[in-house]
Every structure is written in structure tokens, then in C-alpha cells.
Design a protein. Structure first.
Length: 251
């Protein structure tokens, strides 16, 4: 063996730069980039709005009241009888109906006062055939005219309008007690006004015949009663005389 020692070549070792060296030249260990939303606390407008909307939706779900089952309560007392409204028109049939506005003439102030708006109807009785005029106010159905169309009544046009009529009645019972009033009615147009006049005059003519017949019957009854009273008056003295004769014969 040679005296010279066989030595293995040694690998050159490079100096390792420390972190402090890099920091001197502005370097340094690379830091991991954090999530931007995490760094700034996730305060961006869109994210915040989404969170608030989600929280509100959750709150609405919690506040919702669960639907309850349909509950049916049976009445304690059942009404078996029907309540019928009496209008006193059950025995009559309607022969005319037209909407209008009615006025009443006030004597004290010499002016026309509105009576009401509603349907003016002519009602004919099914038994005696007489026709009366009835008018009720809209909604309340309160009666603002109720009287027969008698032979002595006259229907006349208003000087201020071609679609209005007036007449006077001796016994209107719309307020309960019979009273003499003067009324006027105004219709939608002249055509309707003419139809009302025709129906009014027709009812008056029919009533005139019925009232005349009724008066004749009353007169006949009065005559019969008068004849009966006269015959009774004649028979009384005769009966008295007979009684006296019988008394004289027995004495």
C-alpha cells in the first residue's frame, strides 16, 4: 500500500442561508395568504345581506303558526221555525213598477221637500180588484207613499220638467194616519213619465168602476135598513093596539 492515504473526495458543502439573512434583504419566509373574507371579518355588503336574509327567513319559519284542523261547532239551540216578514202586500199583484224620485209639497214653507228615491209600484188586490200606489225608499224600504188612486184625483205635469208629474191625495197612510198631501215624482226620462201616466190613469179608471159599485151596494144596504126600520115602526102601534084589545077582552 502506498503511504499516501486514499481518501474519498468530499462533497463540497454550500453554506445555508438563514432566515435572518433573507430578512436583511427584504426577503423572508413566505407566509400563507389568508382568506380575504376571514381577514376583514366578512363584513362585505353582499355577504352581510345574505346572512341577514337567511336569519330573517329562519325567524319567519320559527314564527309561523302551524295550521290547525278545521273545527266545527254545532249550535246549542237550532231554530226550526222560519220568521216571515209581513209586508201587507201578500194578497196583491204588481201591475206596474218604475224607479223615480218623490217630493212632497210643504204648505208652511211653500217648497218641495224630497220624500225618497225608489221603485213606485201599482198593486192590485187579488180579491176586490182595487189598485193602490205604494213607493218605498231604497235600502231602508221605508214607505214614502201609500194610497189608492181615487176617481177625484188628478195627475198633472210639472211646469218645470217634461218628466215629472204631481197630484194631490186626500188620504195617504204612509205615516200611519190618513193625511192629505200633495206629491210630485220625477222619472229618468219623458218616455218613462208617459208610461207612468198611462198606468196611473188605467188604475184610476178601474178603481172608479169598483168604487161606484161599492157605493151602490152601500146605498142599497142603507135603503134596506131604512125600509126595515119603517116597517118596524108601523108594526109597533098595531102590536100595541092588539095587546090592548086582548087585555080588554079578558077583563
Amino acid at each position: 500500500m502506498s503511504s499516501t492515504e486514499n481518501t474519498e473526495p468530499k462533497a463540497e458543502s454550500k453554506p445555508v442561508a438563514s432566515a435572518s439573512v433573507f430578512s436583511m434583504f427584504g426577503g423572508g419566509a413566505k407566509k400563507e395568504k389568508k382568506d380575504e373574507n376571514e381577514d376583514r371579518g366578512d363584513v362585505s355588503g353582499s355577504a352581510k345581506a345574505q346572512r341577514e336574509a337567511a336569519a330573517a327567513a329562519k325567524g319567519d319559519e320559527e314564527d309561523q303558526v302551524p295550521e290547525s284542523e278545521d273545527v266545527n261547532f254545532e249550535p246549542v239551540h237550532k231554530l226550526t221555525e222560519k220568521v216571515e216578514t209581513v209586508t201587507h202586500e201578500e194578497s196583491e199583484e204588481q201591475v206596474f213598477n218604475m224607479r223615480c224620485k218623490m217630493f212632497r209639497f210643504v204648505q208652511e214653507t211653500r217648497e218641495w221637500k224630497e220624500r225618497g228615491t225608489g221603485p213606485l209600484r201599482l198593486l192590485k188586490h187579488k180579491e176586490n180588484g182595487k189598485t193602490r200606489l205604494v213607493m218605498r225608499r231604497d235600502k231602508t224600504l221605508k214607505v214614502c207613499a201609500n194610497h189608492y188612486i181615487t176617481p177625484d184625483m188628478k195627475i198633472a205635469p210639472m211646469s218645470t220638467s217634461d218628466r215629472a208629474w204631481l197630484w194631490s191625495v186626500a188620504a195617504d197612510v204612509s205615516e200611519g194616519e190618513p193625511e192629505a198631501i200633495t206629491v210630485s215624482v220625477r222619472l229618468a226620462n219623458a218616455e218613462n213619465a208617459q208610461l207612468l201616466k198611462e198606468a196611473w190613469l188605467k188604475a184610476q179608471k178601474e178603481n172608479e168602476a169598483l168604487f161606484s159599485k161599492e157605493e151602490e151596494e152601500v146605498e142599497e144596504e142603507d135603503e134596506d135598513e131604512g125600509e126595515g126600520e119603517a116597517a118596524k115602526t108601523k108594526e109597533e102601534p098595531k102590536a100595541e093596539a092588539e095587546k090592548k084589545e086582548d087585555a080588554a077582552a079578558t077583563s
